[in-house]
Ligand binder design. Structure first.
Ligand SMILES: CCCCCCCC/C=C\CCCCCCCC(=O)N[C@@H](COP(=O)(O)O)[C@H](O)/C=C/CCCCCCCCCCCCC
Length: 216
């Protein structure tokens, strides 16, 4: 039988493990793994219902842009975030101050996913420390307001807020993660979070060093 990823049962541990494998020994971030991590998360989000499809569409578009870079004629320059930044900056392939010739630059596209990774980190930390009666929609909204929201216009913030209300409660959410009983979910999040944070920090420092944190 064909190996169809869409038919496989989602397991959050496997997805977070992909993020854990993003960093090389030299602390470079491997784009293939980074993108694979996002793909897994989008699959999880899709399983939560069609109210999230406007979010997953945008994430898929950005994932696809990175996949295209990785399969184009300059693929080797897109092996890690570090090599991508060097290549695009040295060759003037990034719109630095206003949108123009390079709407699909790797630097710009990855920055959007990078900001979303901060949301993920904050959300997972809230889930990890939550109690049985904590509300996923509140945790998600708080994490969003502390991170991604500042980059989104009013209309997107409103739509995101509506979508968060459709999140299932904590018990169902933990079930869909398919990791095991709540104690195991908490332990797994405790293992995964420091590595996700490290990927975020390494990227943040790299973008900051090159003044890329506000790319239009
Ligand atoms: C147990 C925890 C598992 C959590 C699983 C979460 C799964 C999340 C999967 C994907 C997250 C979405 C990533 C969204 C990337 C957004 C990038 C972005 O900011 N795009 C905007 C700017 O792009 P440009 O216009 O500059 O090209 C774009 O305008 C955004 C449009 C869509 C709305 C984005 C709302 C983001 C909300 C993030 C929370 C997701 C909640 C999912 C809940 C499970």
């Amino acid at each position: 039988m064909a190996d169809n990823k869409e038919d496989q049962k989602f397991c959050l541990r496997e997805v977070l493990d992909v993020f854990k494998s993003c960093l090389t020994e030299n602390k470079e971030v491997v784009i293939d793994h980074y993108v694979a991590g996002w793909r897994g998360l989008v699959r999880f989000m899709n399983s939560l219902g069609s109210v999230f499809s406007f979010i997953s569409k945008d994430a898929v578009t950005k994932i696809q842009i990175m996949v295209n870079h990785r399969s184009g004629e300059n693929a080797k320059h897109y092996a890690t975030i570090q090599s991508m930044v060097k290549y695009e900056l040295e060759n003037g392939l990034v719109d630095l101050t206003k949108q123009g010739s390079f709407p699909t630059s790797g630097c710009r596209t990855l920055l959007r996913l990078h900001r979303a990774l901060r949301w993920l980190e904050l959300f997972l930390e809230r889930l990890r420390t939550s109690t049985e009666d904590s509300k996923t929609c509140v945790m998600c909204a708080d994490a969003y307001n502390e991170s991604l929201a500042q980059y989104h216009p009013w209309i997107i913030r409103k739509a995101a807020g509506v979508a968060f209300f459709a999140l299932p409660g904590r018990p169902t959410f933990f079930e869909v993660m398919n990791v095991g009983p709540p104690e195991q979910v908490v332990a797994m999040l405790g293992d995964a979070l420091p590595l996700i944070s490290e990927v975020y920090q390494v990227t943040e420092e790299l973008y900051s060093k090159h003044n890329l944190l506000d790319l239009p």
